[in-house]
Design a protein around this ligand. Structure first.
Ligand SMILES: [Zn+2]
Length: 402
């Protein structure tokens, strides 16, 4: 295999059927490639009662700083309806300029491009002046319990320290160069329960319809908007995801109703300050009587899911600029710096070092006929190579100047 060719490194990874939590030989295959480049491989398996054991790989090249981490996952989501695929999802077939296979973009493709970028850099000017590590889990598409979070703690426990990290998840919506992710909104979920008095729909004065109270409280939570966003984040958004009353009778006012909601919040808030704001809004709204003239305040309870995730923003401008410049040079396009989308393993890495995310075009991820354009593989390999060069040069000149 020629490691400088991302189509070859990717094909080798796609041919390992690593449907989460199975490894399918993917980490050993990656480890062999990295071994050829001079990396030391540390394979670790993590366990937890109630979840499958998961294999992970921490590989490092070099012994000194500066230290750059590349993070990703070799597990893939199931193929779904195998008959709907036009190609074998684990054969890495090439047709019409695309390589087909589960994981082609999410995210064996990102890993393959990074390996090939390193191989090219090493062939051209030797190993980087510092260290490069790959932190690769087999548990990103699954419950994410025996993966990145534990692998980071394991490596840090052995004394590993990093100056910056790149996550190779697909970040471009339509074309290479669209978007770098430099942070994420936080997520907070809650349940709102309103108590009323059950009764006959024809005698509402004898009952207290909790749905009137709920509408009042929902209005109080939604209006006015929580904020207007800021330079790096869109506005915080609250979405009600379900209203459950479970009442099938048309002539009965129900006793109780429940609504669930999820909030994606920017760095103006923490889960704590946001919860406080929502509680204050509910207190005010509960006293509103427009929909419930002459009534006592709405009786309600609100509960927040303790598994919230915080928002974060990477403030390492040199890291962001090194990657942006590499994207501009390779594609001629200026990438948007975005904090949109769902959560990723960057939420764990940000506790150790500044982290940015950049990978392939995400259009076919998790779909039937997942595939990557060979030109995109070439483009991402070029971007990673330029980025590696810039980041290490910038760090060494900063160290020299200091
Ligand atoms: Zn992924």
């Amino acid at each position: 295999m020629t490691l400088t060719d991302p189509a070859q490194t990717l094909a080798a990874l796609i041919r390992c059927p690593s449907v989460t939590p199975e490894d399918g030989g993917a980490l050993a295959t990656l480890g062999r490639m990295l071994g050829e480049l001079g990396f030391c491989n540390d394979f670790v398996t993590f366990s937890e009662p109630g979840t499958a054991d998961v294999d992970n790989l921490y590989a490092r090249l070099g012994a000194n700083g500066p230290h750059l981490m590349f993070a990703g996952h070799t597990d893939v989501v199931p193929v779904g309806d195998a008959k709907a695929w036009s190609r074998d999802p684990f054969a890495a077939d090439i047709a019409d300029g695309f390589m087909y296979g589960r994981g082609a973009v999410d995210m064996k493709g990102g890993i393959a491009c990074f390996v090939s970028a390193l191989a090219r850099l090493i062939a051209r000017r030797g190993a980087p002046g510092g260290s490069v590590s790959l932190l690769i889990t087999g548990d990103e598409e699954g419950p994410s319990i025996n993966g990145t979070e534990k692998l980071l703690a394991y490596a840090a426990g052995k004394g590993e320290r990093w100056d910056a990290a790149v996550v190779g998840e697909p970040t471009n919506p339509d074309a290479m160069g669209d978007m770098i992710k430099i942070g994420r909104r936080g997520s907070l979920s809650g349940t709102l329960t309103v108590e009323g008095v059950q009764g006959h729909a024809a005698y509402p004065h004898l009952a207290d319809n909790p749905l009137r109270g709920l509408v009042t409280l929902m209005d109080g939570l939604l209006d006015p908007p929580l904020d207007a966003g800021n330079a790096r984040f869109p506005p915080t958004n609250l979405e009600f995801t379900s209203i459950d009353t479970g009442n099938l009778a048309t002539n009965v006012i129900p006793a109780r109703t429940t609504a669930r909601f999820n909030i994606r919040f920017n760095d103006i808030w923490t889960a704590q300050s946001l919860g406080d704001e929502l509680r204050a809004r509910l207190e005010r709204a509960a006293r509103q009587t427009r929909l419930r003239p002459g009534r006592e305040p709405v009786r309600y309870e609100v509960a927040f899911d303790p598994r919230s995730s915080p928002s974060f923003l990477t403030r390492d401008e040199a890291l962001i600029e090194a990657l942006s410049a590499a994207v501009r040079e390779a594609t001629g396009r200026t990438p948007a710096l975005s904090t949109t989308g769902g959560t990723s393993d960057a939420r764990f890495i940000k506790d150790y070092c500044p982290v940015v995310e950049f990978g392939l075009v995400g259009q076919t991820m998790h779909m039937v006929d997942e595939r990557v354009a060979l030109t995109d593989l070439e483009s991402l390999t070029g971007i990673y190579e330029l980025f590696l060069e810039r980041w290490f040069d910038q760090r060494s000149s900063a160290a020299g100047a200091g």
